[in-house]
Design a protein around this ligand. Structure first.
Ligand code: TPP
Ligand code: MG
Length: 669
């Protein structure tokens, strides 16, 4: 087969190994080196994982050259992380850096029965549908049985998830809840040196230290695999140690990543610290990076040949070969024979997977995106109706209090701080794990405009575009109090049954409204239904609510716009114009069927949209109508493409009741 010729890393390795000699003083029997806790036999096994990881990188480039592989970011130079995996437990949840080939292979070997991790990784490179975690949707490190939770490729984005998991494990134990993880697990989370500078990493590390400072248990092992580069950008020498060592409440450990025994010993110490004290630790492993950032990266354009060559001496494969030869476990010839055997095995396996079946249809790709089981959701949303004791509100415990934490963002404008986590992490986890990991979540956001007490853009933001285009995400905007509780329950049930990520946007301005048409009419109040009435009030996602049955005009709205539309409709009725008002309630998925039905009845549709003209919800509503074949008259009023100013100037750019009324009359003229 026309496999790749040896590169300078391989040539250097072969030459350097040939020059190795057994040490004159031998370590304790069975150990690889005096002073290290790494058993010689284990070192030999880990060497195999390191070799296979290296050769998978070669295979990645070979597969790509054949048009069969799609991913060439490798682990070469980082294979010391084999020692890290060996010092941890299979049951420790791991969120890994994308250079974790050797770690993954060691984990795979820890499973009972052991898995062939090489095959898993090769299937990932070729985007095979049979790849065990993402099924061809991305090349990630992940496996349910290996407790490796897949990560996305946004650097540092997995750190908050790791902190959250480390926070949750002891908390779940305290609350007596069961989790898939052993009670004395620690969470391991690895990342690169450039990633450690990302504000998301800084925030996550700070959160870990902040929890620890308060004595909250947080068994988290943060591992920085420091190769001194972020693609072509150098990390200043000594920066990672300067930034991360000596921090209060975050114990710092360090090791040379080319020395497998040192990595193993440092991880044993760090893991013991984390596990016994339930405190976070930072393990700094100094490594090199071979072969550039990825196959497409021309490293020679930003590093001198001498600098690249200097790294060859720190090859972790050479480091382990030295341990094995000096420890009397293998001869140089045996090391080289193993290297060659591994190369041949991995490349032969690569040739086998080159034609593996890929994902074949959009439906196949999207299957794990948003499983919808409306019956299960309805049953769960109304469960309290049957489980509660009639006459005693909620029985002994309210369903809202069943232990599902519901995070809240204080105002809609602050959503964007969390967008990466919602969009890139929460909403993708199921997709990149074929539903094997889910992020059931309901996020409440107080939002939208028209606040009288508290003005300005940041308390009155009216942009939801960043949410509406996230595949699978459910966006609820309850306008009325009777919908609010029911829709929140639906979202909780959808998270529970389908693993959905849901965002509930609550129009802040409507918190304070009691009346609809006249002061004192109490038209915007509703009782909180007792549980035995919930079945009747259940609100399935994607179902609108219709007010009135007028035949002249259909006004489509939601949120604050609903109340304005109902008031405008009442005035129009005074002039003999009969409206029906549709409250969409769900902005994703849009209630397309209800919308089309109500539009077609009148053949005249006015959209009253408080979000912005550009990128706002009305664009989606019009598209849904046209896609559905609606051919009647159509007009819209929306807020201006402006941020919202302070004070009464806000009304100059926001949708108003008057503009709805005027547009309705114009449409009917
Ligand atoms: C938020 C974000 N910006 C940019 C990138 C592109 N990117 C991919 S890897 C990388 C550098 C990461 O360097 P480091 O953390 O040191 O890891 P290394 O690749 O060196 O192992 C960047 C900037 C990204 N993945 N995510
Ligand atoms: Mg780096």
């Amino acid at each position: 087969m026309d496999f790749m010729p040896p590169d300078q890393v391989e040539t250097h390795f072969a030459t350097a190994v040939s020059g190795l000699r057994p040490a004159r003083t031998r370590p304790q029997p069975g150990m690889i080196r005096a002073g290290s806790a790494l058993p010689a036999a284990r070192c030999s096994e880990l060497f195999d994982a390191q070799l296979a990881s290296r050769h998978i990188d070669l295979a990645a480039r070979w597969l790509q050259s054949k048009g069969a592989g799609f991913y060439t970011i490798g682990s070469s130079g980082h294979e010391g992380n084999a020692g890290m995996a060996a010092a941890l437990r299979l049951t420790d949840p791991a969120l890994l850096h994308y250079r974790s080939g050797a770690f993954y292979l060691v984990r795979a070997g820890q499973a009972r029965p052991p898995r062939d991790g090489v095959n898993d990784m090769l299937l990932g490179l070729v985007a095979a549908a049979a790849e065990p975690i993402a099924g061809g949707r991305h090349k990630v490190f992940g496996h349910r049985q290996l407790n490796v939770i897949p990560q996305t490729s946004t650097i540092a984005s997995h750190l908050p998830r790791a902190v959250g998991l480390a926070f949750a494990l002891p908390r779940a134990a305290k609350l007596g809840l069961t989790t898939p993880w052993a009670e004395d697990s620690l969470v391991v989370c690895s990342f690169g040196d450039a990633s450690a500078n990302h504000s998301t990493a800084a925030g996550a590390i700070n959160t870990a230290a902040y929890c620890s400072y308060q004595g909250l248990p947080l068994p988290l092992l943060l591992v920085c695999e420091d190769n001194g580069l972020g693609i072509s950008v150098r990390t200043p020498a000594g920066w990672v140690a300067a930034a991360q060592s000596g921090r209060a409440d975050l114990r710092y450990f360090a090791a040379d990543g080319s020395d497998l025994a040192a990595v193993y010993d440092a991880t044993v110490s760090a893991a013991a610290w984390v596990r016994e004290r339930q405190e976070p630790a930072f393990l700094h492993i100094r490594v090199v990076r071979f072969g550039g950032h990825a196959g497409s990266d021309v490293e020679s354009s930003y590093r001198s040949p001498a600098e690249i060559a200097a790294d060859l001496r720190r090859d972790p494969l050479l480091g382990t070969a030295r341990l094995l030869v000096e420890g009397g476990v293998l001869t140089p010839a045996e090391v080289l024979a193993r290297y060659q055997a591994s190369r041949e095995r991995v490349l032969a396996l690569a040739a086998e997977v080159a034609d593996a079946p890929r994902l074949g249809s959009a439906a196949q790709v999207m299957a794990p995106l948003a499983p919808r089981r409306p019956d299960a959701v309805a049953a769960d949303a109304t469960r309290a109706a049957t489980s509660s004791v009639r006459g005693r509100a909620f029985g002994r415990r309210r369903p809202e209090d069943e232990g599902l934490p519901v995070p809240e963002i204080q105002y809609l404008a602050y959503l964007h701080n969390a967008a990466d986590q919602i969009r890139g992490e929460a909403a993708t986890l199921s997709f990149f794990s074929r539903g094997q990991y889910r992020n059931p979540m309901v996020l409440r956001i107080a939002g939208l405009g028209y606040q009288r007490g508290f003005g300005g853009h940041f308390h009155n933001d009216n942009a939801v575009a960043a949410l509406r285009d996230i595949p699978g995400l459910i966006v609820a905007v309850p306008a009325r109090p009777d919908d609010a509780a029911a829709m929140l329950r639906t979202c909780l049930a959808s998270a529970q049954a389908d693993g959905s990520v849901c965002v509930v946007i609550e129009p802040i301005a409507l918190y304070h409204e009691r009346d609809l048409h006249e002061p004192g009419d109490d038209g915007w109040l509703a009782p909180y239904d007792p549980p035995w009435l919930w079945a009747g009030g259940q609100v399935p996602p994607g179902r609108a609510r219709v007010y009135g049955a007028g035949d002249d005009l259909t006004i489509v709205s939601f949120g604050n716009g609903l109340r304005m539309s109902l008031r405008a409709a009442a005035r129009l009725a005074g002039d003999g114009i009969a409206c029906r008002v549709v409250d969409l309630r769900w902005l994703a998925p849009l209630p397309a069927d209800d919308l089309l039905r109500e539009a077609s009845v009148t053949g005249r549709v006015l959209i009253a949209d408080e979000t912005r003209r550009t990128g706002g919800v009305s664009e989606g509503i019009i598209t849904a109508l046209l896609d559905g074949g609606y051919a009647g008259r159509l007009a819209r009023v929306a807020s201006e493409d402006s941020f919202i100013p302070l004070g009464s100037a806000a009304n100059l750019v926001l949708l108003s009741e008057q503009s709805i009324e005027d547009a309705a009359r114009a449409l009917l003229r």
